[in-house]
Write a protein that binds this ligand. Sequence first.
Ligand code: PGA
Length: 249
Amino acid sequence: MRRTLIAANWKMNGLRDDAIALAAAVAGHAGGAAAPDCDIVVCPPAPLLVPVGEALGAGPVALGGQDCHAEASGAFTGDTAAPLLADLGCRFVIVGHSERRQGHGESDATVRAKAQAAQAAGLTPIVCLGETEAERAAGEALAVIERQVAGSVPERGDALVLAYEPVWAIGTGKVATPEDVAEAHGHIRARLGVLFGPEAAARIRLLYGGSVKPDNAAGLLALADVDGALVGGASLKAEEFRAICRASP
Ligand code: PGA
C-alpha cells in the first residue's frame, strides 16, 4: 500500500519570516488532532532550508530541496550538492522540474544524474516529467512521457518518487482531466514495471502536479495510480495547503 505524499514546492517565493511562519503553520497542522493520514514534505528555496527545517522541528513534516547538482561537490558556482541537502536535514529533493528543464536547459540525462546523486546522498528524488501543451495537442503526450521515464529515471527504483506534471497545467489554473491523469499515471507505472519489475514499480509513488487546489485535490488523489500531489501556488497559503493534505484518501 502506497502512502499518500503531498509535496509543497515553494519555488522562488518568500522571505525568511514568511517561510518560518508558513512552515510553522504546516507543521502545527500535521501534528495536530486533525492530522491528515499522509506524508508531507516542504521544499523551500535553498537559502531558507535551515530556518524552515528549524520551524518544522522534529515533527512529521519532512524537508526537501528544489534541485541538486549531479556532482557531490566541486566548482559549481550557485549550485547545491545533494550531500549538503542531506546534511541540512532534507529527505527529498525535486529534480527535473519543467521550470529547470525549460529555464536551465536540463536534459533527461542531467535529470537522471541528479536523481542518482540524490539517492547516493541518501535522499529520495522526486523526478518530474510531463508534456507541453503543443506535445499534447499533437497527440504525443504518452510518447513524451515514455521518453522522459526512459531517460530521466535513475537506475535504482528504491527511494524514488515520480511527479507527472503536464507543463501546461503548472501555475495556469488548467488541470488535466481525470481521464488524462489516470492514463498518464497508468502509462508511467507500466514503464516503471518494464524498468524495475512489477513489484518494485508498484511501490513507487506517482504524484500529480499542476494547479492542484483544495477544490480539485480529492478528485485527483482518488484516481488509480495517483499517490499524492506536488503543489506549487496553493502550497504558499497554509489554509489551502492544509485543505489539500486533508483531501488525502
Ligand atoms: P502549481 O505548481 O501548483 O502552481 O501549478 C506545481 C509545480 O510546479 O510543482
